[in-house]
Design a protein around this ligand. Structure first.
Ligand SMILES: Cc1cc2nc3c(=O)[nH]c(=O)nc-3n(C[C@H](O)[C@H](O)[C@H](O)COP(=O)(O)OP(=O)(O)OC[C@H]3O[C@@H](n4cnc5c(N)ncnc54)[C@H](O)[C@@H]3O)c2cc1C
Ligand code: SF4
Length: 467
């Protein structure tokens, strides 16, 4: 009742935009313990319900409050293999359903999580736990994002021999090649991977399953397979001028940036850079926001982010009450670094000169609901405008996993949205093949991928051990 919410905040703007270091700061221990003390230990902790991995939040807040970092980490880690990832990049649905948030400001759960796991590493509590008994069963995990790594961790701890295959040259999925370094430093991934290697997990990067390993090899050499290969099919913009030079999918731009920071040389003819360019980011979501922050650091001349949907309100709508996720306006650290944001704008076409994009034709749109409650979009008369652009980044989400290649070769069933079809046990239509994460849910969140990996691992273990 006496202590207000205190966030660590971001590094000063004129410091952080000149490097790719993490933007978020940390509180000192006294302040952090005070923040944990704000948790009321509610009889019915809605935060625990709001958290996709079911984190036992009041329990570890109490440990933090008592300065017991080891106890706090153990409770945190008992439901989440990677609090160091979620502590940095989770949108924290737990805080939106914190009981304090009804009339006051929520407990800083996500920041407390990051702080707890950093204390645990610094104090030496995160050590390899090598399984004492091995079952002799072999499991292949395809894809090394948070879903695959979460499943691999639990299956390895259960004593199975786990091999993680990754088509990219480094492990981590979108943690490594999607999320920018200024949100999640890649040393945080490497630190966890070193422990996993000591614990016996086998990592095989540069292996495209379905190409370098055939369907038959996969199914014959392994007792079970976990597909965690993500939802990599980006939503395209089928307008005139889409083929022009300078129009790219956001992921091509972002993954290049992360690779460059990791020391990879990108050949000039393939480089996508925002330096001195007028950048148009199409899509108002998180990936778009990451394009903004990356463009700022690459010294773009100007950045405009547009969204086809209307501008969300800053307050919860009556039909969107606590403790549900609020569909309200979100402003990221990248947005604060210098960009214009506009809503209710549709891209009609792109205009080029000598094959390069030069202008974008935008039109304002209105959204109304028909009798059945469906949203109808209409163009606003007289709202057409033409803006100058040099780089267009398409960040309108992902439609589904890539079917061509591994999934079609396996002959797996898809659901109505084109994701891999699974039952409640995350089992696919093929015996001994399970799936978890974006590949079966559609593009989602790190925390949901971690939870899906847990469910798949538990059921693979049941399948292999019969109990
Ligand atoms: C730019 C961006 C920023 C994001 N930021 C956030 C954020 O801040 N917070 C948040 O919670 N979520 C964020 N997300 C979403 C989050 O990253 C994903 O939901 C999550 O990574 C999904 O995990 P996954 O393990 O299912 O798949 P992925 O992370 O996509 O991993 C799948 C892996 O499988 C590999 N693969 C695919 N096919 C094969 C094959 N045939 N053989 C071998 N390997 C294969 C891929 O190369 C990839 O590495 C972001 C997404 C993007 C694109
Ligand atoms: S994983 Fe996300 S939702 Fe769960 S406690 Fe951490 S920040 Fe909250």
């Amino acid at each position: 009742m006496l202590i207000g919410r205190k966030e660590a905040g971001y590094r000063p703007l004129n410091d952080r935009i000149y490097d790719y270091g993490e933007v978020e700061q940390t509180l000192d221990d006294k302040d952090r313990i005070d923040q944990a003390a704000r948790c009321m230990d509610c009889g019915v902790p809605f935060c625990h319900w709001g958290c996709p991995v079911g984190s036992k939040i009041p329990e570890w807040q109490d440990m933090v409050y008592k300065g017991d970092w080891k106890g706090a980490y153990e409770i945190l880690n008992s439901t989440n293999s990677f609090p160091e990832f979620t502590g940095r990049v989770c949108p924290a649905p737990c805080e939106k359903s914190c009981v304090l948030a009804i009339h006051n400001e929520a407990v800083t759960i996500r920041e407390n999580e990051a702080s707890t796991v950093e204390h645990a590493y610094n104090l030496g509590f995160v050590q390899p736990r090598v399984p004492e008994v091995r079952t002799g069963k072999k499991v292949a995990v395809v894809g090394s994002g948070p879903a695959g790594l979460s499943a691999a961790d639990i299956l390895n701890q259960a004593g199975h021999e786990v091999t993680v295959f990754e088509k990219n040259n480094a492990i981590g999925g979108l943690l490594r090649f999607g999320i920018p370094d200024f949100k999640l430093s890649k040393t945080v991934i490497d630190r966890r991977l070193e422990i996993f290697v000591d614990e016996g997990i086998i990592f095989k990067p540069n292996v495209n399953v379905g190409v370098d390993i055939t369907r038959e090899q996969l199914l014959e050499e392994f007792d079970a397979v976990v597909l965690a290969n993500g939802a990599e099919q980006p939503r395209d913009l089928p307008v005139e001028g889409r083929e022009l030079e300078g129009v790219h999918f956001a992921m091509d731009f972002l993954s290049q940036s992360n690779k460059r920071i990791a020391g990879e040389i990108i050949p000039d003819e393939l480089s996508i850079l925002a330096k001195d360019k007028r950048v148009l980011v199409i899509g108002g979501g998180d990936t778009g926001s990451d394009c903004v922050g990356t463009s700022v650091r690459q010294k773009a001349k100007s950045i405009l982010q547009i969204e086809i949907l209307p501008k969300p309100s800053t307050e919860r709508a009556p039909g969107n009450p606590w403790p549900y996720w609020p569909n309200t306006l979100r402003t990221s650290s990248s947005h604060l670094e210098g960009c214009e944001r506009r809503w209710s704008l549709s891209t009609q076409r792109l205009i080029g000169e000598n094959g390069k994009v030069k202008q974008a034709v935008l039109v304002g749109v209105d959204w109304t609901q028909d009798e059945a409650g469906r949203w109808i979009m209409t163009e606003k008369v007289g709202s057409l405008e033409i803006i100058d652009v040099d780089l267009v980044l398409l960040s309108m989400g992902f439609t589904q996993p890539v079917h061509n290649g591994l999934l079609d070769t396996l002959g797996i069933d898809y659901d109505a949205r084109g994701n891999v079809k699974v039952n409640a046990k995350k089992q696919t239509s093929i015996d001994k093949v399970f799936a978890c994460g974006d590949v079966e849910s559609g593009a989602s969140l790190v925390v949901r991928a971690i939870e899906a990996g847990k469910i798949a691992a538990r059921n693979v273990d049941d399948f292999l051990s019969g109990e």
